[in-house]
Design a protein around this ligand. Sequence first.
Ligand SMILES: N[C@@H](CCC(=O)N[C@@H](CS)C(=O)NCC(=O)O)C(=O)O
Length: 391
Amino acid sequence: MKIKVVETIVEDGSGVGKTFTIERVRKEGLPQRARIGDPADVGGEGSAADGQVLEQQLEDVMGLGMGDELQLNDPGAGDGPHSLGILAPNKAVDMDQYGIPGLLGEVHRHTLEESDRIKKCTVEREGIKRQKEMKKVQKTYHKKASGQALQTVKRHSKPNELKLFGSCFCPFVQRVWIALEVKGLNYQYIEVDPYKKPQSLLEINPRGLVPALKHGDWGCYESTVLLEYLEDLEVGTALLPQHPQLKATSRLWVDHVNRNIVPGFYRYLQAQEQGKQAEYGEELRVEISKIVDAADAGGPFFLGPYITFVDVSIAPWLLRLSRVLHPYRGWPVAEPGSRLGLWVNALESSEAVKNTVSSADLYLDSYERYAENRPDTSQVAKAVNSGRGLP
Ligand SMILES: N[C@@H](CCC(=O)N[C@@H](CS)C(=O)NCC(=O)O)C(=O)O
């Protein structure tokens, strides 16, 4: 026989005592649900119960059913541990402080404080459970490339003295990745989680941001610095034009991308109020228009028929207009015949770019945190929220 009192209901108001609800009574070979007696039948504290009476009592008790009650003998006993009297027809029995081991199995009795603490714990546990369930529904960033990008990762998995530490969803990484692909360099792609900041990443970039590049024993970071470095290697296809003025113009427009388009993209995506979304969306549209107006009229790329430095620098965010801003903010798809449409189409068709692009769901999932402006999304998101410059 086992009686388990799992919930304590204290102070029933009758002044008789404290009530314990029996949630589960397990018994064998005896009828379920015997009626338990009147509070008036309760024996006072210290009532004698010889072995025989006790046995009889327990038989009665064995008939306890779901929802039946146990009542404390001593109404004024305060919060300390009590002896239990069992309300049974014309019978009363005192049990020791902890029930009768072996006969009454688990009898849980608590002080008021203990009872409160247990209830609080239960509420907290429920809260944590709900949070976990919420997290399951919320999408998070991907940790593995997919689509054509995954093929590229596989092609570049062998050890190489030139290593790109990257994350498949990261636009800053994608800049460097596209440059490596355009140039046709040999390199090793190493996927890292920049939010976990593995030691291998921290050794190159103490700030723990991707992209990070290792070349032999030397390492460096910051996407635009890395683009310049790859250019200075003078291996493979050049991205910066030879002409000093065109070169300066290219750098000027990369600065525009970094200063206005990149932060504008996140500000717009993270804005939660409709008014702010409209305002930041318009600001981003204006900044994109400026660079589109500065681009070579015939295009399709910034300087003309070939992909160059400015294209590589802006590409990850132009690709995310349709993959992220369109689904989350209703950003209009670029008109196919427009100058922006031509540019986007040229980027989407570039083999070097395509080699770094994962399937659409990777971007949709990875940017949900930004679109909902969840706390602790990233250093970029924090900087945008606090009005600071991007990391
Ligand atoms: N200014 C840096 C930005 C790099 C950056 O923010 N990367 C993100 C991933 S897209 C990162 O590593 N975040 C880690 C974090 O927020 O802790 C660059 O251009 O390389």
